[in-house]
Design a protein around this ligand. Structure first.
Ligand code: PAF
Length: 282
């Protein structure tokens, strides 16, 4: 099955306008391609929430820092299009960098607060790149609902904040993280892991689940974070950027004592050249 594909804002808007004339609702799934079952679960969720589904594939240069993997990021539009069609997507939007950022483009969306810790601290400028491209994609497509994975939990919080602050008329839906059988969160970057690193990688999820269980048993935030840090180092992770218990809505840090109420536990660490992130909550 060939998936209809558009590459310009004008063509995307024309397709969406035609659906609107028929009274159909539109769901949107932004991606950077290199699709896996996690992305396809977002498409299926969008499909359940709207009459038509658009997915975008755009490797957004502005959210990669110097020395990150923009050039190496896996790109295979034919494979992605086949997977999207199989999951029930109706239209692929695959703009060029020049279409997204025409010469003279000078506007950046920055979101304060929720962008600052965790990924924001480890990857300066990353969330300005994400917020800007997502604001543009939402304006270009004009969907009723847009679906993002909880795997990038902070990104989801940033997008919710931005959509509320800029009065963008779209419902943002978060979708649960999809995992391999051994617990590793599905991610396009898992492709970078060597066989040995792939065997070590599920420890990230195990450590986060153990941290959450210890917290729920009444251990203090400071104690569970320190135990988890040691456990990740013992499991072979290097450069552990953070393993922290945070407020699930604001991502603010919790006090060092026992936690009451809902929490989100987030971590980022490297195995060899691959930086993995994951999170769990209750
Ligand atoms: O999560 C991603 O794949 C990207 O950050 C997104 C939301 C498509 C923006 O480029």
């Amino acid at each position: 099955m060939t998936l209809p594909t558009v590459r310009t804002v004008a063509d995307l808007r024309a397709r969406v306008r035609a659906w609107r004339r028929e009274g159909l609702t539109v769901g949107f799934v932004p991606t950077m391609g290199a699709l896996h079952e996690g992305h396809l679960s977002l498409v299926r969720l969008a499909r359940a929430r709207a009459d038509r589904v658009v997915a975008s594939v755009f490797v957004n240069p502005t959210q990669f820092g110097p020395g990150e993997d923009f050039e190496a990021y896996p790109r295979d539009e034919g494979r992605d299009a086949g997977l999207l069609a199989g999951a029930g997507c109706d239209l692929l939007y695959a703009p060029s960098v020049a279409e997204m950022y025409p010469p003279g483009a000078a506007t950046t969306v920055t979101v304060a607060g929720v962008t600052e810790p965790l990924e924001g601290a480890a990857r300066p400028g990353h969330f300005a790149g994400v917020a800007t491209v997502v604001a543009k994609l939402l304006n270009q497509c004009g969907p009723d609902v847009a679906v993002f994975g909880e795997k990038d939990f902070q990104q989801l919080a940033v997008i919710r904040r931005m959509v509320a602050d800029l009065d963008i008329p779209v419902e943002i839906v978060g979708a649960p993280t999809q995992r391999a059988e051994d617990g590793l969160a599905l991610s396009s970057r898992n492709a970078y892991l060597s066989p040995e690193e792939r065997r070590q990688a599920p420890a990230l999820h195990r450590v986060l689940e153990a941290l959450l269980a210890n917290l729920r048993r009444g251990d203090s935030v400071a104690a569970v974070e320190s135990v988890a840090l040691d456990a990740l180092a013992r499991a072979g992770f290097q450069q552990i950027d953070y393993v922290e218990v945070r407020d699930p809505a604001t991502l603010e840090r919790l006090g060092p004592g026992p936690a009451e109420g809902p929490v989100r536990v987030l971590a980022a660490a490297r195995l060899g050249r691959t930086r993995l992130i994951d999170n769990v909550g209750d």
